[in-house]
Design a protein around this ligand. Structure first.
Ligand code: TRP
Length: 328
């Protein structure tokens, strides 16, 4: 028998999951749970690095995120699902790693510079925000993960993680493997307005949306921007609704839409109606499971508690080794 490789990844609980999150990350995790030993966690301390002024919603989103995960198909029998702040060892390892991490490594981190500019409505000149990748490194190496499934935007953080692990091993002896990023194909679907799907743009379709919400949102989607009138032929290649068809409609419909749109034989209104029914149906099992878990909050708590226990057992062992290596 071969030992399964261990992977780990996390999400920040800053809001409900939308289809961009689903196709950009979660569906990949769900596929990986068959093949790998998985640790998936909710990074609530990381959410606090940017939302420290309004922490009120974070614990609500933790519960919601776990419901989204379970409803979409992550199985607590197959993987370890846990919450970062419940495994206090992450904070201890973060502290020790912060002693050996040179500040310039953090200052030149591209996501750090990016976020400071993008989130200019928040004061992110904090120690915690600068140290974000150090906490992330602690999350990852705590479990001696071999691989970290992430989107391309997170690659600099995995690179810093490798550097920190290497430096720790050099200073204190070989404790940590250097993890590899496992690149996730980013989602091809855009938001309703054709910008990147994002909660902050108010252009997202959520896993938790009702059938009616989905229908209403789809009816507002921007299609091929060059197709101004019903009689103009359209170009499916640049139409976001067509991307959705590719994901949610059967191949025969996709082919039909593809040709009919180019001939102006189908209009955007009807095309969207067909797509939205297929989308509503595709998400029906997720909505049903969500309802099931929403009615059983204590069961969700139970799943989180047992995942936390399993994560803690690993973290405790790692920290024994770490304290031995650092001799403290
Ligand atoms: N920084 C990640 C993100 O914003 C979330 C995260 C925190 C993470 N710790 C992690 C991802 C560890 C992978 C591994 O998406």
């Amino acid at each position: 028998m071969t030992v399964k490789k261990r992977i780990l990844s996390g999400m920040r609980p800053t809001g409900p999951l939308h289809l961009g999150n689903y196709h950009g990350a979660l569906d990949n995790w769900i596929a990986m749970q068959e093949e790998y030993e998985c640790f998936f966690f909710i990074a609530d301390w990381h959410a606090l690095t940017s939302d420290y002024e309004n922490p009120g919603n974070i614990s609500h989103f933790v519960q919601e995120m776990m419901i989204d995960w379970l409803s979409a198909g992550l199985s607590p029998e197959k993987c370890n699902l846990f919450v970062q702040s419940s495994v206090m060892e992450h904070a201890e390892l973060f502290l020790l790693l912060s002693m050996i991490t040179p500040v310039p490594w953090l200052e030149r981190n591209p996501t750090y510079k990016d976020q400071i500019i993008q989130l200019d409505n928040k004061d992110l000149s904090t120690f915690g925000f600068l140290g974000y990748p150090v906490l992330q490194a602690a999350d990852i190496i705590m479990y001696k993960a071999n691989g970290v499934p992430v989107g391309i935007d997170q690659v600099p953080h995995i690179e810093i993680t490798r550097e920190i692990a290497r430096r720790f091993n050099y200073l204190y002896g070989n404790v940590f493997p250097e993890p590899d990023a496992i690149l996730t194909q980013s989602s091809k679907i855009l938001g309703l307005d054709r910008r990147k799907m994002s909660k902050s743009y108010n252009n997202a379709i959520y896993l938790s949306d009702s059938q009616e919400d989905i229908r209403t949102k789809v009816s507002t989607m921007i299609t091929d921007p060059n197709r101004a009138r019903r009689k103009d032929p359209g170009n499916p290649e640049i139409c976001n609704v067509f991307e959705f068809h590719r994901l949610y409609s059967p191949p025969s419909i996709v082919d039909e839409i593809n040709s009919q749109c180019r001939l102006a034989a189908v209009g955007c209104v009807d095309c969207k109606k067909i797509m939205s029914e297929n989308l509503v149906n595709a998400l029906a099992p997720i909505r049903e499971k969500r309802k099931y878990f929403e009615e059983r909050p204590e069961m969700v708590q139970e799943i989180i508690a047992s995942g936390n226990q399993r994560a803690k057992a690993v973290a405790r062992e790692t920290m024994k080794e770490v304290r031995g290596a650092v001799r403290i």
